[in-house]
Every structure is written in structure tokens, then in C-alpha cells.
Design a protein around this ligand. Structure first.
Ligand SMILES: [Zn+2]
Length: 111
């Protein structure tokens, strides 16, 4: 395994520019990735992805904004601030057939 390909993911804020460290307010675009398969606990993971653009150096990158796990009567939201469980206050996502929304925008600059 090439360790160089693995980003150090030490609870890094998704909105910090990986190039210059500037904090970006919010992504200019977000979308959801819904896992096609439930996890071992029967929960569906919804990943909220965001595209960020650094106002300082113009770097664009894609990052996970948050993750939502739903199913089994509870909803768990995972963000850079940690995990949060939302018991019955939120309705579980209805699954009406396979709703797989994948919209990966390849506009980002890669170097
Ligand atoms: Zn930057």
C-alpha cells in the first residue's frame, strides 16, 4: 500500500484549504451520496459531499461535509465536530426503490 495516497484524516476540518490553510465559510456546492447497501446494523449511510473553493489561492477541493446514518429507528449524524444521534425526532429516510444519487462533479483541479 502506498501510504502517500492516504490523506491524514485527523479530524481535519473539511473547510480548511489543504493548500494554504484558509478557512472557507461553506461549500459552493453540495450533494449527497447514498450508500447502495446498508451497513452491518441495517443502517443507510448518506454522505454529504461538498465542493470548496479557496478565496485565497483559488484551490478547489472536495470533502465530506457530514455523514448521516439512518435506519434502525435512529439517525446518526457525523460531522467534523463529532457524532450526534437524533433519536426519534427525525423520520428515517424512506427507501422507495434504489435511490442512488451520485453526482460527482469533476471540475476540481487536481495536481
Ligand atoms: Zn487556499
Amino acid at each position: 500500500m502506498d501510504v502517500g495516497e492516504r490523506l491524514p484524516r485527523r479530524r481535519r476540518e473539511p473547510n480548511i484549504c489543504p493548500r494554504c490553510g484558509t478557512k472557507v465559510d461553506k461549500p459552493y456546492k453540495t450533494w449527497q451520496l447514498v450508500a447502495p447497501m446498508p451497513d452491518a446494523y441495517g443502517r443507510i449511510t448518506i454522505t454529504i459531499m461538498g465542493m470548496y473553493e479557496c478565496p485565497n489561492c483559488g484551490h478547489k477541493w472536495r470533502a465530506v461535509v457530514s455523514k448521516i446514518k439512518t435506519g434502525g429507528g435512529e439517525v446518526e449524524v457525523e460531522t467534523s465536530k463529532g457524532k450526534r444521534k437524533l433519536g426519534a425526532t427525525q423520520q428515517p429516510v424512506k427507501r422507495e426503490g434504489p435511490i442512488i444519487e451520485i453526482d460527482i462533479d469533476e471540475e476540481e483541479e487536481e495536481e
